[in-house]
Ligand binder design. Structure first.
Ligand SMILES: [Zn+2]
Length: 148
């Protein structure tokens, strides 16, 4: 849904003339759209940047289309890094959308650190069940994800 830009974000609902407040509920600074929620929003951008750092990827988070292109071009193969980064991306998108919905419908907000913790735990659980060869690069990655 998010790749096809079919999530019911405020900008899409406004285009359907459903009169909604378009302000981003995560940062309060910007019009809520897919591109804003998952790449331009300061709240989300900080979380994704932290994930990239955990994976020892030294670059800034990109805008939505550029990030997708980068992910498609670079997430190939069966390494632990590729596996965990794919999981991290899908978990990141899930938790950002979940957080947006919590704030919109339940008026409950979590911090960026709290979201990052949830993402880390989800990735950790899934990586732990994968048989992996412990290489030095994997050891660093396991430490970053909190895997003993
Ligand atoms: Zn925002």
């Amino acid at each position: 849904m998010e790749i096809l830009d079919r999530l019911p974000t405020s900008d899409r609902l406004q285009r359907l003339r459903l009169g909604v407040d378009q302000q981003c509920l995560l940062c309060g600074d910007g019009i809520e759209s897919r591109d804003h929620l998952f790449s331009k929003c300061a709240h989300s951008k900080q979380i994704w940047s932290s994930i990239l750092q955990m994976c020892s990827i030294e670059r800034d988070a990109l805008v939505w289309n550029a990030e997708l292109q980068w992910l498609c071009a670079n997430l190939k193969g069966k390494s632990l890094l590729v596996f965990s980064l794919k999981l991290a991306w899908s978990t990141f998108v899930y938790h950002v959308w979940e957080e947006r919905n919590r704030r919109k419908f339940c008026s409950v907000a979590r911090s960026g650190d709290s979201l990052l913790h949830c993402i880390r735990e989800d990735v950790k659980i899934r990586v732990q069940i994968k048989p992996i060869v412990i290489l030095d690069v994997n050891r660093q990655l396991c430490v970053a994800w909190g895997i003993p």
